[in-house]
Design a protein around this ligand. Structure first.
Ligand code: KG4
Ligand code: ZN
Length: 379
């Protein structure tokens, strides 16, 4: 089954062709992402109206490029998947309108996909054998080594514990199947990627903050224990996250603790070593915050007699080198198979939409022409 997939929820216009085969295998024949980063750079954030206009201009050329790269004609497509939630409403509308038009004119099924849940599929995506070595999935990458178990057959995956960590979302899920998903925990304030971006700005790092902070923290000689930053546990059983206290702690470490609402004036500029140590200590604290909650979720499921078999991960922050190593160590410790996305599928892309879209179509969950663009997540 060949699916064309579209993703326009924020500031990337993306199109992809994926091929669903037996035993839960999904191969990416093309994945094209037209980024708008330069367009929004001068505003230090995404401007919704600019984003939707840019999607209008980019959507058809991006679809054309995805089809050409896959060597597929529109007539060969078996369905159209589109990320229809959550996201910026004007941006989502462009993808949804394009997908509906194609599905209607080709008389093919239309499948609306939740973007956040689609991130969980990104570790399942297989690269097309015909493509060059640079694009091969690096499931085991990060300094973690080759501990990732190959989990192609779906019956090995479920029940699965899902972790999405991105710039807009930080949540954990229980998946009985691709279509039976419940959220078991989420951030009560900042998303983890957002915390990375804000702390990167505090440390004077340029956009994009997360990857630059990761690079700084990976410096040789970094002392990740230089600062004992707070790790929020919320309550002994909570599976939720909070990153705002940690962010404030880094702010105070950089600018000093304010007295009567004013920061100390005589705080000296950070040395290069201090910046490296701050980045490494922050990174240690964020990763610890995630692994504590994952281990709680794993233990709780085991105690209830419904243990997880795999850990599915996705979202921009799964590109983080330390997080990848820690997840690769955590999963086998608990007997779980780990699916880490290849680096190119950590960020927003349409292949993951086609991946989850195909699973929904197989389980009879196609949408109809009433499909709406919805700003909020489904779970
Ligand atoms: O999933 P994504 O592309 O977009 C959203 O849906 O939000 O995630 C982008 C987020 C940004 O906050 C970015 O700073 C973060 O992922 N990110 C990282 C790394 N690479 C990207 N954060 C930490 N370490 C990284 N290596
Ligand atoms: Zn995303």
């Amino acid at each position: 089954m060949l699916l064309l997939a579209l993703e326009t929820s924020c500031d990337e216009t993306a199109a992809s062709v994926v091929r669903h085969e037996g035993a839960g295998r999904c191969t990416v024949l093309s994945s094209v992402v037209a980024s708008q980063h330069e367009l929004h750079a001068e505003y230090a954030g995404v401007v919704p109206e600019l984003a939707s206009r840019a999607h209008v201009e980019a959507v058809l050329p991006t679809i054309r490029e995805a089809l050409t790269e896959a060597g597929i004609g529109l007539g060969m497509i078996d369905g159209i998947a589109v990320g229809n939630r959550p996201g910026l409403i004007g941006s989502l509308l462009v993808g949804v309108a394009a997908a509906k038009s194609l599905a209607w004119s080709l008389r093919k099924p239309l499948i609306g996909v939740d973007h956040v849940l689609a991130h969980l599929y990104s570790g399942v995506l297989q690269e097309d054998e015909r493509q060059d070595g640079n694009k091969r999935p690096d499931r085991t990458s990060g300094s973690a080594g080759a501990q990732t178990r190959e989990l192609n057959a779906q019956h090995d995956l479920f029940p699965a514990l899902g972790l999405v960590v991105s710039g807009g979302h930080t949540a954990i899920y229980r998946l009985q199947s691709w279509s039976e998903v419940s959220r078991v925990g989420s951030t009560i304030d900042d998303a983890m990627g957002e915390a990375y971006d804000k702390v990167a700005t505090l440390l004077g790092l340029p956009h994009p903050g997360g990857p630059n902070l990761d690079r700084l923290a990976s410096n040789q000689g970094a002392n990740d224990k230089a600062h004992d930053f707070p790790i929020s546990r919320l309550s002994p059983t909570s599976l939720d996250f909070s990153f705002s206290g940690l962010k404030t702690a880094v702010l105070y470490a950089v600018r000093g603790v304010p007295v009567d609402g004013k920061y100390p004036p005589d705080k000296l500029a950070l040395t290069a070593q201090e910046r490296v140590d701050l980045a490494a200590s922050f990174q240690r604290a964020t990763c610890k915050a995630l692994t504590i909650k994952l281990e709680r979720a794993i233990s709780a499921a085991r105690d209830q007699g419904t243990p997880y078999r795999s850990l599915l991960t996705g979202g921009g922050v799964t590109a983080n080198s330390r997080l990848r190593s820690e997840l690769a160590a955590l999963a086998p410790r608990h007997g779980l198979g780990l699916l880490l996305p290849a680096m190119r599928y950590c960020m927003d892309n349409a292949a993951m939409i086609g991946g989850l879209g195909g699973e929904l179509l197989k389980s009879g969950q196609a949408s109809d022409m009433g499909l709406q663009a919805i700003p909020t997540a489904s779970r």
